[in-house]
Design a protein around this ligand. Sequence first.
Ligand code: NDP
Ligand code: HSE
Length: 440
Amino acid sequence: MRPVRVGLLGLGTVGCGTVTVLRRNADEIARRAGRAIEVVRAAVRDPARPRPCVTEGISVDGDARALVEDPAIDVVVELIGGTDPARELVLAAIERGKHVVTANKALIALHGNEVFEAAQRRGVMVAFEAAVAGGIPIIKALREGLAGNRILWVAGIINGTSNFILTEMRDAGREFADVLAEAQARGYAEADPTFDVEGIDAAHKLTILASIAFGIPLQFERVYTEGIGRLTAEDVAYAGELGYRVKHLGIARRTEEGVELRVHPTLIPERRLIANVDGVMNAVLVMGDAVGPTLYYGAGAGAEPTASAVVADLVDVVRTMTADPGNRVPHLAFQPDALADHPVLPMEAVETAYYLRMEVEDRPGVLAEVARILGERGISIEAVIQKEPRAGETHVPLILLTHRVREGRMNEALAAIEALPPVRGSVTRIRLETLDAGGQ
Ligand code: NDP
Ligand code: HSE
C-alpha cells in the first residue's frame, strides 16, 4: 500500500519535532499504522530560513492555502498555532475531505464546535491529542479508557510554562522574567507568552478536557481564568509552612447545580502526588465514579514530547481512515447529538476552601474582629498563623485557612475585612483544594 502523505502547516518547535520523530521511528510507526507515514510538503511563514529538520522528499514553501488544496496530501497537520489563519486552513482542509491533526488548543477551544461539525458533515477526522498536556495521552484516556465512568471532576497542571516558572522561583529563587525567557528559549511558551502566565492557555485546555469529560459543548468564554502573575514568594512560603504547595490548576467539576470551569493558583496538600509535579511536567487527576482517582503525568510541552502526541494521532487517523465515519470515536467523546446542556456556574457559586493573607495592626482584638466577620457568614477557620512584626513595623501578616464556602459569601467577607481600620490594603486570597476522593 502506498504511504500516507502528510502536509505540515508550520515547521517550528512542534513541526520539526514531528518530522524528527516520524523519521527516527518510521519503521515502528509503519508497523503500528499498517502503512508508512511520510511528510511530503510543509508550509511556513519564511521559506527562506534554513531548517535542519527538513530532509530530501519534503518540499517547503510559504503557501499554506496551496498545501491544504494539494490533492496529493492525505492528512493535514496544523502546527501554526492561533486561530487566524489556522481556522480557515483547517476548515478548507476538511472541506476537501482531508483528515486533520492539530496541536492547537486555542483553535479547538474557540472554534472546535464549528470545526467538529464540519468534520462530521464531511466524514473526516480532526485529532487533537497534543492540544492538552503535551505528550500525555489524556484525551485518549478520557475519551476511551474511562468511557465506562461518570467523570466527577478533573484537576490538572496543564501549562508547562507556568509550572516551570513556579518551580524555578520556589526552588532556585530565580526571577519571574528570567525563567520565562528560558521557557521561551526551550520552546515551551506560546507565541504570546501572556497566554501562559495569565492562564489563557490553561483555560483553552480546560475547555477541551471539560467537554470530553462531561459531554458538554466547548465553552471557553465561561471559564474563570486567573494566572500566576500575582503570586508572591511570601505566599508560597507561608503555604509551605502550612503543609501546602501552590500550583496553577485547571479544575472542571460536575455539581448538582452545574459545571465548575476554573483556572487559578491553588493550594494543594503537599502529600498529594500532583503537588510534587515540577518543572515543565504536567499532570491531570481524573475522578471517575467507577475507577476512582487516576493520575496522568508527563512532559507538558517541548518538541518531541508534543510530537509524540501528534504522531500518535497520525497513527490513529491512518488506522481508521477507511472505517465508516459513524463507527469512529466521536471527536468530543460523546455522540454529537448527545451533548448535554449543563449550565456552567458563575464563580460566585463555586465552593472552595481558602488561604487568606492580610496585613493587620499588631494589637489585641484584631484577630477576633476578622473571625467575627467570617463567623457571621458561616465561614469556619481551619488554621491561623500570625507572624512576628518586622523591626519598626506596626502591622503583621495574618494568615488564615478556611473551610469550604461559596465564593460569593467569601467576597462579602473580604469586603468587610478590608473595610476594618486595623487591616491595611487588600486581602490576598488563594483557593485551596484537597483533591481527595470527594473532590473537596
Ligand atoms: P512555533 O512558533 O515554534 O512554530 C509555528 C510555525 O508556524 C513556524 O514554522 C511558522 O513559520 C509557521 N507559521 C506561522 N504562521 C504561518 C502562516 N500564516 N502560514 C504558514 N506557516 C506559518 O510554534 P510551536 O511549534 O511551538 O506551536 C505550534 C502549535 O503547537 C501551537 O498551536 C501551540 O500552541 C501548540 N503546542 C505547542 C507546544 C510546545 O511545546 N511548543 C506543546 C503543545 C502544543 P516560520 O518558522 O517561518 O516562522
Ligand atoms: N505553552 C504551552 C505550555 C505549550 O507551556 O504548556 C504546551 O501546550
